[in-house]
Ligand binder design. Structure first.
Ligand code: NAD
Length: 444
């Protein structure tokens, strides 16, 4: 995105990418393929379990090959879309591994040989990779990462997921819906650490009801493949033996082989590249954005930074409003949040009021037969300014956009509550929660 925006702003841009397809982790093996699987399996599950309203399905069978082909097609359409945008905007693409060899020089080691590029500025946007976990021996077949779990060629009879975070819950949901027994082992007392506690607990209850075997307070110490099966050992308990094991305990910045040392750059204790407010490293001609710098590892956070960094290069300004960056988990129901959690507000000693509203009292959710979850608005006790919005419920990921815009404009709970929301929509849940935070809800 930074390359395209930079070209739009008149810069002469070259983009070095080692993979054949453009788009990075998000488009090739992350957000996009997982969402293709999540969207499709929600419907597959409803059909296989006769959960559609007004129809009785007498026989249905899973076509995993077709499901994976759909995912691959979606990925291809998206990666080719970037290729098209590169061409349209005049971004020149170089295939190969990029290594910084000087403040203005990048060596590209590609399948067709090596060449060196000279540039006024270099922008590092190399993303992240799966963080290794001590004791976990990845063989990328039985014990693997999300790269394998978006492409199993059969439904595992039992999948053990290490980590009850975003990846674990999204991909755990996919395979649970397709009939696998899924066990999620999470070290913390609750899944989705960092999310608002009330919302994470509500989500955990719903996921358990869906059949996910979520075990919290479990620290995995070892995992390995043995005799064609995955073995997972954890503190205080018998080891689990499963057909597949998915490691999903976080990601780390991808800075290996970048040549940072050639220009005197170092990473911090978490492997991130330190930058100033304009994403400039200690070498003024070298910038960095996205998963390789501090902040949440989210594609849309990186995208905002991509905009800001090139706008600053060209126009002298560029800004990211970190306080209004949403966070979404694409399970069903989805979990979404923006701003501060109740726990964070309490810890910071900020006086707040809270309004919440359940989807079960929303007409549209009832019509959709999708009533689990709630929305919660946290506003400053004195000023009424919205400080955080947290949702678990159908289409929470889409609903949170309204809250993010409201927060970007420093809206109050009253502002959100007084804004007209079309009826009957799921968005009315948010209006009611805002009404509850400001005054009192109407429909409950
Ligand atoms: P995560 O940080 O979301 O979750 C990892 C979980 O593993 C944590 O809950 C942690 O407590 C647990 N854990 C750590 N060590 C453990 C151990 N030894 N035993 C058991 N549990 C342990 O990490 P992730 O799910 O791997 O995701 C990686 C990154 O990718 C995140 O930064 C995430 O934001 C991003 N991502 C985002 C989305 C999205 O926005 N929908 C989707 C996928 C990934």
């Amino acid at each position: 995105m930074a390359a395209i925006r930079a070209a739009q702003l008149g810069l002469n841009v070259a983009c070095v990418e080692k993979e054949a397809a453009l788009g990075g982790t998000c488009l090739r093996v992350g957000c996009i393929p997982s969402k293709a699987l999540l969207e499709a399996t929600e419907k597959v599950h409803a059909v296989l379990h006769n959960q559609l309203v007004g129809v009785r399905v007498s026989s249905a069978e899973l076509d995993l090959k077709a499901l994976m082909a759909h995912k691959d097609k979606v990925v291809q359409a998206n990666t080719q879309g970037i290729e098209f945008l590169f061409k349209k905007n005049g971004v020149v693409r170089y295939r190969g591994h990029g290594r910084i060899v000087g403040p203005h020089r990048v060596r590209v080691e590609g399948p067709d040989g090596t060449e060196e590029l000279e540039a006024e500025r270099i922008l590092i946007a190399t993303g992240s990779k799966v963080a290794p976990l001590k004791g976990v021996e990845l063989d990328y077949k039985i014990v693997g990462t999300s790269d394998q779990a978006i492409a199993y060629d059969r439904v595992p009879e039992h999948l053990v997921v290490i980590g009850g975070g975003v990846i674990g819950l999204e991909l755990g949901s996919v395979w649970n819906r397709l009939g696998a027994k899924v066990t999620v082992l999470e070290y913390l007392p609750h899944i989705l650490g960092g999310m608002d506690g009330e919302i994470a607990k509500a989500a955990e209850k719903i996921f358990r009801k869906q059949g996910l075997d979520i075990r919290t307070g479990v620290r995995v110490t070892r995992a390995y493949a043995k005799d064609g099966k995955g073995v997972v050992e954890y503190e205080e308990g018998e080891p689990l033996v499963a057909e597949k094991v998915l490691l999903a305990t976080g990601r780390i910045p991808n800075t290996e082989g970048l040549g940072l040392e050639n220009v005197g750059l170092f990473t911090d204790e978490r492997g991130r590249i330190p930058v100033n407010a304009h994403y400039q490293t200690a070498v003024p001609s070298i910038y960095a954005i996205g998963d390789v710098i501090a902040g949440p590892m989210l594609a849309h956070k990186a995208e905002e930074e991509g905009y800001a960094v090139v706008e600053h290069m060209v126009g002298g300004y560029g800004h990211v409003d970190y306080a209004s960056i949403p966070n979404v988990v694409y399970t069903h129901p989805e979990v979404a949040s923006v701003g501060r959690t109740e726990e964070e507000l309490k810890a910071a000693g900020i006086p707040y009021k809270k309004g919440s509203f359940p989807f079960s009292a929303n007409g549209r959710a009832r019509a959709m037969n999708d009533t689990e979850g709630l929305a919660k608005v946290l506003a400053h006790a004195e000023t009424d300014r919205i400080l955080g919005v947290h949702i678990v419920g159908p289409r929470a990921g889409d609903l949170i956009a309204e809250a993010a815009v409201a927060m970007a404009f420093h809206a109050s709970a009253e502002d959100l509550a007084r804004a007209s929301h079309a009826h009957p929509t799921l968005a009315e849940v948010l209006k009611e929660a805002a009404l509850a935070a400001w005054d009192k809800p109407l429909h409950i």
